[in-house]
Write a protein that binds this ligand. Structure first.
Ligand SMILES: Cc1cc2nc3c(=O)[nH]c(=O)nc-3n(C[C@H](O)[C@H](O)[C@H](O)COP(=O)(O)OP(=O)(O)OC[C@H]3O[C@@H](n4cnc5c(N)ncnc54)[C@H](O)[C@@H]3O)c2cc1C
Length: 351
């Protein structure tokens, strides 16, 4: 029987698998997608996540590929003064695309011997006193001692458990993508600066190799946010807000995201746990979701390993929810406090 199955090979799932493997616990990671996503959601890592990577001896690889920015922050759209005298060796925000973070975390997991099985969707979950049965698309069944749902905001594991996910649905969508613009860069910068005086959630970031990261509010909340928008939809919104679509073309990827805010009623149902976006979702402004997921995994990993290895004292596993759920609740409250036109941060563009 497998020690721990992890549903989802996003940042939370692969980092949790590494933490288990480090303690000699076999972790099998399943992901429904054949390939890692090309969509660059997150752009930043915060001090605590970098400290964790440092503790595992892998921070240098991230630092080499990222850019250090001064610590900032905001509450309800109001910029806060820089925190002084933080007790950390990493008092900065590390700008690094989420795709790079995921690649490095996956590399770390594979080096430790984690098995990641892609193109494998978890469709069902059942459990008894002794183990968990995981149903896969195609009918295969796997048994493990424990299962962790790291399968994102629409978590199948959470739904299969019947765990409530109360909160607010999305009230505002945004369209985002990487693309080329034919407009002169100086003109793009000037128009973006003007629009951002009234719409902080609008941007076309400084081009990297001629490719811009474009962010624009959507006209309406989509019924199905899993479907990427068409380039034409994004261009129409550019015209509506900026009076020009900048000649956008050759999109590398397009994505749509909302500002739903939800927290799982519980992080544990007997032998099954939830971590990362499967346990909490919130608007991305402030760039905290991926960081929360890494920190969930860091908290849960050694405790679950202790349980599997037979030395966990009573109550240790339950301390995961006791410690991590209040942190997510606080982040959710913080991201709820925002003006109607949100301040753009790591979520969108550095413009
Ligand atoms: C625009 C935007 C900007 C953001 N910026 C930041 C930022 O700067 N900093 C930050 O910290 N966070 C940011 N976030 C949030 C961050 O992207 C997420 O919080 C993070 O990806 C969550 O990681 P995860 O591993 O928990 O879930 P995910 O990354 O969603 O990974 C879940 C994985 O599970 C797989 N899966 C789903 N269902 C199944 C199934 N049934 N069976 C098997 N596999 C399954 C999926 O294919 C996926 O690979 C941003 C989000 C958005 C939308």
């Amino acid at each position: 029987m497998i020690d721990v199955i992890i549903a989802g090979a996003g940042p939370t799932g692969v980092f949790l698998a590494s933490e288990l493997q480090l303690q000699g616990v076999e972790a099998l990671v399943l992901d429904k997608e054949d390939e890692p996503t090309k969509v660059v959601r997150g752009l930043g890592l915060h001090a605590r996540s970098i400290e964790i990577l440092d503790q595992r001896g892998i921070a240098d690889e991230f630092l080499e590929l990222g850019t250090q920015y001064p610590l900032a922050g905001f509450f309800a759209g109001i910029i806060k003064p820089q925190p002084q005298g933080l007790d950390t060796t990493h008092p900065y925000v590390l700008g690094i695309p989420q795709t790079t973070t995921e690649r490095l975390l996956t590399q770390h997991a594979l080096e430790l011997g984690v098995e990641i099985r892609r193109g494998t969707e978890v469709t069902g979950v059942s459990q008894d006193e002794d183990n968990v049965e995981v149903m896969l698309d195609g009918g295969t069944r796997l048994r493990s001692q424990y299962l962790v749902g790291c399968d994102g905001g629409r978590s199948t594991v959470r739904r299969q458990l019947g765990v409530g996910f109360p909160g607010e649905p999305s009230g505002r969508d945004h369209l985002m993508g990487e693309m080329e613009l034919t407009a002169d860069p100086a003109e793009v910068a000037a128009v973006v600066a003007e629009v951002r005086e009234t719409h902080k959630d609008f941007g076309a970031g400084p081009p990297v190799d001629g490719v811009y990261r474009v962010l624009v509010p959507a006209a309406e909340v989509a019924e199905d946010r899993t479907a990427p928008p068409a380039l034409e939809e994004l261009k129409a919104q550019l015209v509506r807000l900026a009076g020009t679509d900048f000649g956008a073309h050759s999109a590398r990827w397009l994505s749509r995201f909302g500002d739903a805010t939800r927290l799982a009623d519980t992080y544990r149902t007997a032998r099954v746990f939830l971590a990362g976006d499967a346990a909490h979702v919130h608007p991305p402004f402030g760039g905290q979701g991926l960081n929360l997921g890494i920190q969930d995994a860091f908290n849960l990993g050694w405790k679950l390993a202790a349980q599997v290895n037979g030395w966990a004292p009573p109550g240790l596993l339950d301390s995961y929810e006791a410690e991590r759920r209040p942190v997510a609740a606080q982040v959710l409250d913080n991201t709820r406090s925002r003006p109607s036109a949100s301040v753009t941060t790591w979520a969108g563009t550095a413009a």
